[in-house]
Design a binder for this molecule. Structure first.
Ligand SMILES: *Cc1c(COP(=O)(O)O)cnc(C)c1O
Length: 488
């Protein structure tokens, strides 16, 4: 199966590339991405057989149906990465938490956020690809706290890949910061930026666009690539866990073959939600994909009113930082799938030039067939955290936003749970005890006691091991810091 450019002019043939090329070079013509045109279909026989299979086996069966240009052995090695998760044969844990309500825990990987679900297998594939082509890549990322640790972890000591991770100096939780600055592998570089996440992201964009930077990297025989969620290699693995949730509901008789269910997704860059949309198209009986935002509620406006509108908006800092996003990159793939490459190019151009785009009524109706949307304020989110923890259901601030869309359910509904609470101790503390937390290490123990839960050893050990990366720099020093490190 090939992947196609998402933007095009009228009467232009769509350029397509193989999966491996889209992995290494994720940007396509006119500033677009790569996306599938037709997805493989999974039938009833597939689903009844899947009820007997492990997560890894289901993943491989799904991947085989795509018929990508990579040997299946590569994917077999990639999904073996899931054996590092809390339960070796069950990387994802689906649980029933109420009448018609289920939670799909996607955070049991090494860095405790759902980013591991895709980045773990993806990292192995990217490294093997680079090695097979005798090429070297530098992966750059800017993080508000979850992407950084997950990207560093997956590429740790991997061949032919170097990673530079930029984080805002005071912009992450202490656990998230330690997960980054403690990374010991020689191919990883972590740099703190004086500034906030926007500044870190701006610095990253400037570097990615700098010809001088690319030329200097070339001298060391290194090309730039990206491991962010616009890479289709990540989306692939985000389809699978939504299909797995469907299989789980079938297996436990929560659903019959003909019944459908809803999925609630706390959304930022829209990768997770897009995975659910593709899962639906492939045959998982998903009725509505419910998109939850925080106070940065552009997606709520978009899916309810049809206007994607950046005008007069600036980013609001919330207690669910991974959802603090104004431009959700993966919406482009939805536009492409629904309305084609010509219309997508037109809409995305409007956004870049005028700060907004507006769908026609018929287009909005087409989105509403699959999506609903709402948003959740920090105040309401804290209320959900407190309410649920009192019932013994411990949820992080991102997952908590989903409860806004879980009232009055008419069919089985799966909340996509994206992070472990230990990554957000200060917000959890405030929500549950209405107090600021001074010492995060101590706070974790207090909360764990109260929740009758454990702080994972990998998190506890962060506070005792030595940090490797102590650089905190200004924006104008980043480029030379990176080049010095590359040349070493
Ligand atoms: C990244 C992230 C999200 C947002 O996911 P998208 O795929 O970008 O929409 C939500 N919650 C957590 C905890 C995350 O790390």
């Amino acid at each position: 199966m090939k992947l196609y450019q998402t933007r095009a002019n009228n009467n232009e043939n769509l350029n397509s590339v193989d999966f491996s090329d889209a992995l290494l070079n994720p940007s396509s013509a006119y500033g677009g991405l790569y996306a599938p045109i037709e997805l493989p279909k999974l039938d009833q026989k597939f689903f009844s057989q899947a009820c007997e299979l492990s997560y890894e086996q289901i993943a491989l069966e799904i991947i085989k149906k795509f018929g990508f240009d990579l040997d299946i052995c590569v994917f077999e090695r990639a999904v073996k990465r899931y054996q590092k998760f809390d339960k070796a044969n069950e990387p994802v844990e689906v649980k029933k938490i109420g009448e018609n309500l289920y939670i799909n825990e996607l955070y049991h990987g090494p860095t405790r956020a759902f980013k591991d679900m895709a980045l773990q297998p993806f990292g192995l594939i990217l490294s093997e690809l680079a090695k097979s082509r005798s090429e070297n890549y530098l992966i750059m990322c800017a993080t508000s706290g979850d992407t950084g640790p997950a990207t560093l972890e997956t590429f740790s000591d991997m061949d032919n890949i170097k990673v530079v991770c930029l984080y805002p100096k005071d912009g992450t939780s202490e656990v998230q910061r330690l997960q980054m600055v403690n990374s010991a592998a020689k191919n990883l570089k972590v740099i703190g930026i004086n500034g906030n996440f926007d500044d870190a992201q701006r610095a990253l964009k400037t570097l990615l666009a700098s010809q001088n930077f690319k030329n200097e990297l070339k001298k060391s025989n290194i090309s730039l690539s990206a491991a962010n969620s616009v890479n289709f290699g990540r989306i692939l693995f985000q389809i699978i866990y939504h299909i797995y949730a469907y299989v789980y509901l079938l297996k436990t008789n929560a659903l019959k073959d003909s019944d459908s269910f809803d999925i609630i997704v706390p959304s930022g860059n829209f990768g997770n939600a897009l995975g659910a949309y593709y899962a639906k198209k492939m045959g998982a009986k998903i009725d509505k994909i419910k998109i939850v935002s925080n106070a940065n509620n552009i997606l709520t406006e978009f899916f309810t009113g049809g206007v994607y509108d950046l005008r007069g908006k600036s980013l609001i800092k919330t207690i669910s930082p991974a959802m603090d996003i104004l431009i959700s990159s993966n919406v482009e793939r939805l536009l492409f799938d629904k309305f084609g490459a010509v219309r997508t190019k037109e809409l995305m151009q409007n956004l870049a030039q005028n700060g907004f785009y507006e769908l026609k009524d018929s287009e909005l109706s087409a989105l509403k067939e699959d999506f609903e949307a709402d948003f959740c304020s920090d105040e309401t989110c804290e209320k959900f955290i407190k309410e649920q923890t009192q019932k013994g259901i411990i949820i992080d601030p991102h997952t908590a936003t989903c409860f806004k869309m879980s009232l009055n359910l008419t069919r089985p509904t799966v909340i996509t749970s994206t992070a472990h609470w230990v990554k957000f101790a200060p917000s959890m503390f405030k929500a549950c005890k209405n107090k600021e937390l001074d010492d995060e290490k101590e706070g974790l123990e207090i909360l764990a006691n109260e929740f009758k839960d454990l702080v994972p050893d990998s998190i506890k050990s962060l506070f005792v091991s030595k940090s490797t990366h102590n650089d905190i720099v200004n924006q104008d020093e980043i480029e030379s810091k990176i080049l010095d490190w590359i040349r070493k």
